[in-house]
Design a protein around this ligand. Structure first.
Ligand code: NDP
Length: 327
């Protein structure tokens, strides 16, 4: 048996946490031969602690062979101590009438604290996935507050947008999702995201050669970008199981590899494709040997450059707000 790895999940008693934890413990992320020491970061109030206790009781009751130990704490430094992987799901939800700026400020406090704790106590090779929104900017904040960790190790989740785009395309072209390759959703997990089919293939055929431009503009792009609201409208609750599934896909591929396939990951920019360094931006990535690389060498069209540019503007605005907060 392998040595257990330490995995931290925040927001464990939330909707996404409730879908995510059981699949992590079943071996769907790190493999069926990888035991884990699972730590849950709870908020220090009676309701939160009680809710996390309830989830822990259920995890116990599953008798997962791979769950070597299970703990919770409201002390971030203790929680992240020696952590190998962190899923940062917990975040302050957007309340009615709350502006995006207010949401960013409210969440900045959470991710500043967690970034500092990661810096202080985690394994220096920790892999961090931020799910809590605004996830790109929250990942940026945590990364800035953890100067002793390689910036590359702070990523944010755009895999749900990627998966949504895959299925919309598969339904339009009546093909299986795994026949589709080289699809990416550039930029920010927000209204400006840019689902890009310019390089996408179905089998050997390029989608761009037969693309229905009206469908792409009027149907595909808004469906992908507004899917979260459509699910809330239909279900009365936000997308939780599909978000948990995307978190699993993201971290599993990062750790175990993406089999030479493109996956969308929001990662700190290294300047690729003109994206300012440090912005946590959705790029096409390939994962191998526990690492990811941004796909290089794409010849971008004017349309692609514009799609990327509008996301740079959106994320630069958010960066300005949080840079002032972090100082
Ligand atoms: P829930 O409202 O069900 O759960 C939120 C969790 O966050 C709870 O565990 C809650 O803790 C915790 N939380 C709330 N406020 C704070 C705070 N001030 N400090 C620390 N933790 C807090 O939300 P979901 O599980 O549905 O979603 C979690 C996050 O994921 C949201 O930010 C959501 O917008 C985001 N999301 C991101 C997606 C993506 O594609 N990137 C897709 C879908 C969702 P407690 O139990 O103590 O109340």
């Amino acid at each position: 048996m392998k040595k257990p790895m330490k995995v931290v999940v925040t927001g464990a008693a939330g909707q996404i946490g409730y879908s995510l934890l059981f699949r992590i413990c079943a071996g769907e992320v790190f493999g069926k031969d990888q035991p884990i020491n699972l730590w849950l970061l709870e908020r220090n109030n009676e309701t939160s602690i009680k809710a996390v206790r309830g989830v822990m009781m259920e995890l116990d009751d599953c008798a997962f062979p791979l769950l070597a130990s299970l703990n919770s704490t409201s002390d971030p430094v203790e929680c992240f101590e020696g952590a190998d992987v962190a899923f940062l799901v917990g975040a302050r939800p957007r309340s009615k009438d709350m502006q995006r700026k207010d949401l960013i400020e409210a969440n900045a406090r959470i991710f500043i604290e967690q970034g500092k704790a990661i810096d202080q106590s985690s394994n220096k090779n920790i892999k961090v996935l931020v799910v809590g929104n605004p996830c790109n900017t929250n990942a940026y904040i945590a990364r800035r507050c953890a100067p002793s960790i390689n910036p590359r190790n702070f990523t944010a989740m755009m895999r749900l947008d990627h998966n949504r785009a895959l299925t919309q395309l598969a339904q339009k072209y009546d093909c299986a999702v795994d026949e589709i390759t080289d699809l990416v959703v550039w930029g920010n997990h927000g209204n400006t995201m840019y689902p890009d089919l310019n390089q996408t293939k179905i089998g050997e055929k390029k989608v761009a050669d037969t693309l229905d431009a009206t469908w792409y503009t009027d149907n595909f792009t808004p469906t992908v970008a507004k899917r979260g609201s459509a699910i809330i409208e239909a279900r009365g609750h936000s997308s939780a199981a599909s978000a948990a599934n995307a978190a699993i896909d993201h971290v599993r591929d990062w750790v175990l590899g993406s089999n030479d396939q493109w996956v969308t990951m929001a990662v700190p920019s290294d300047g690729s494709y003109g994206v300012p360094e440090g912005l946590v931006f959705g790029f096409p990535c390939i994962c191998k040997d526990g690492d990811y690389q941004i796909v290089q060498g794409l010849q971008l069209t004017e349309e692609q450059k514009a799609g990327i540019a509008r996301n740079i503007v959106a994320l630069e605005e958010e960066r300005k707000i949080v840079d002032e907060l972090i100082g």
